[in-house]
Design a protein around this ligand. Structure first.
Ligand code: ZN
Ligand code: ZN
Length: 243
């Protein structure tokens, strides 16, 4: 029994390492991009299969229909996918508005998709750390490819790996940042009318790479990080008082 469990876990780990490797081969932050897809998939699944699910509805009421980031992501998904029936979001937000009126006011509870993404973020960082530790050719792949870990995920990953790998990752990250900086400088230099060369694709998009590194992609942990910090502090305080 334990053997089967171990086999299964090994297989799952293998799949996650491949998922991370695949994300590393694309532009942007690999962790952000995985989380972005998970956030979009969660909303699509909610709209396709959970509109009348009582548990999901109760969770939705806690934040009166998600945080602003996820509510607008839902709106973008509905507007961008004509096959999604408008009945689903209408049913959900009718209930949210009714809840607001019945309670004679609003309350700003935690958005369950924020909590879910936050948990996935921790899981993927831990998995990435373990994939790198098992097979450090993954870091060589990261060096070769165009992806760049955003500052948040780079720092989280550093905290989850040993000293030796930390040194290697830091070197690679600094090489990548230096490259972005060189691309930005080259782009600016080539705007001079005396310079005849045209900027390359990498040079023209370097400003975007700089934003991706400094601020991360448009996902809830990067947009709502101050709320997460607040919740974490609140939980710590609650914990202190409950001891
Ligand atoms: Zn990231
Ligand atoms: Zn949210």
């Amino acid at each position: 029994m334990f053997g089967i469990g171990r086999q299964k876990r090994k297989k799952e780990k293998h799949a996650i390492c491949y998922e991370i490797l695949d994300a590393m081969r694309k532009t942007g932050c690999p962790i952000c991009n995985i989380l972005k897809r998970l956030e979009e998939d969660s909303i699509k699944y909610m709209l396709y299969a959970q509109v009348n699910d009582p548990l999901v509805r109760r969770k939705l009421r806690e934040s009166l229909g998600l945080c602003p980031f996820h509510a607008w992501l839902l709106a973008d998904i509905v507007r961008g996918n004509p096959e999604i029936d408008l009945l689903g979001p209408s049913i959900i937000y009718e209930d949210m508005l009714r809840t607001y009126l019945e309670k004679n006011g609003g309350y700003d509870g935690e958005c369950f998709l924020c909590r879910k993404t936050w948990e996935f973020e921790r899981i993927y960082i831990e998995e990435m750390a373990s994939c790198i530790t098992i097979d450090n050719r993954l870091l060589d792949e990261y060096r070769k490819n165009k992806s760049i870990l955003c500052r948040r995920h780079y720092e989280m990953l550093l905290n989850n790996i040993d000293e030796r790998l930390r040194g290697k990752l830091t070197t690679i990250q600094r090489e990548k940042l230096r490259k972005i900086l060189d691309n930005l400088s080259e782009y600016i230099r080539k705007q001079d009318y005396r310079v005849k060369e045209n900027p390359s694709y990498e040079e023209a998009r370097a400003w975007l790479d700089a934003i991706i590194f400094l601020k991360g992609e448009k996902i809830s942990p990067n947009i709502n990080w101050f709320k997460l910090e607040l919740n974490r502090k609140r939980q710590r305080t609650r914990h202190l008082f409950s001891v």
